[in-house]
Design a protein. Structure first.
Length: 273
């Protein structure tokens, strides 16, 4: 029931080329269907296998957590999807695991529920081990989550990997039927912004969205100093421009991401001595 409430009442930050994509998502969930055929693997560990002669067993050393954030981002888990609630739990497990030296967040998504962002904001200061984002697509809410969780944005390729869509918007299908709204004298301001929009005046909705868009922009600029505001107005960028404009840092493979965590971990150890 949480996911149903979230779908119908959440504030969605999506990169969508066609608004009907979100309508299909809503209708699927309300009809009792699943967003994904099966729940994606939540987390695993990468590392180097080492034989322990004293025990005769093989153990994993230089262990790095691998946490995928794939598909529509939701606040709650359900409908065969891992929500921000579970992702945050896994991130904290990796942080608190003494044998884990860092985390790779593998991000591939077009955005989702903005209500998930406060969960990432809450745990971000608690994550002190090296963390890197390996990105296929980090658009809209997925990009906001990325800059909160990771310290470094590595694009998985220089062909289709993409970041951006920083901003907020409303989108709905214009009805061909007349909509009748009745309000008592005590409720003359109820849904006034929507009523104005039906009449062609979108100023109230724009005013309502502005604080969210500004907070999104501010969060990105705080996480990535030097980025220019003109690159945070909703556009998306492939590798060359993303790196040039400081929305991303490099292009690499999962092995490159693992080696980055390993190197950062060694630097942390040296600094702590």
């Amino acid at each position: 029931m949480k996911i149903l409430s979230e779908i119908t009442g959440g504030t969605w930050l999506f990169k969508i080329d066609a608004p009907e994509q979100l309508k299909t998502l809503v209708n699927t969930v309300l009809a009792g269907g699943r967003i994904n055929e099966e729940t994606p693997e939540l987390s695993t560990f990468l590392g180097e296998k080492q034989f322990d002669e004293s025990t005769g067993e093989t153990k994993l050393i230089n262990k790095v957590a691998y946490i995928p954030m794939v598909g529509t981002m939701t606040k709650y888990s359900g409908m065969c999807i891992n929500g921000a609630d579970r992702i945050c739990v896994e991130a904290m497990k990796a942080q608190n695991d003494p044998d884990c030296i860092g985390t790779i967040f593998h991000i591939d998504g077009y955005g989702g529920n903005g209500d998930a962002i406060p969960l990432f904001q809450e745990i971000a200061p608690k994550l002190t081990k090296p963390r890197i984002n390996l990105i296929d697509k980090a658009l809209s809410a997925h990009y906001w989550a990325a800059i909160l969780l990771g310290q470094y944005n590595m694009l998985s390729n220089d062909l289709t990997a993409e970041v951006g869509s920083v901003g907020a918007q409303y989108s709905w299908e214009k009805s061909t039927n007349e909509i009748i709204i009745v309000r008592p004298p005590e409720s003359q301001e109820k849904n006034q912004d929507f009523i104005d929009a039906l009449a062609g005046d979108y100023s109230a909705l724009e005013k309502k969205l502005s604080p969210l868009a500004q907070k999104f922009q501010s969060s990105v600029m705080n996480a990535r100093p030097g980025i220019k505001i003109e690159h945070l107005k909703g556009a998306t960028y492939y590798a060359d421009e993303a790196i040039k404009f400081n929305l991303a840092d490099s292009v690499g493979t999962i092995n490159d991401a693992y080696n980055w965590v390993l190197a950062k971990s060694e630097i942390q150890k040296l600094k702590s001595k």
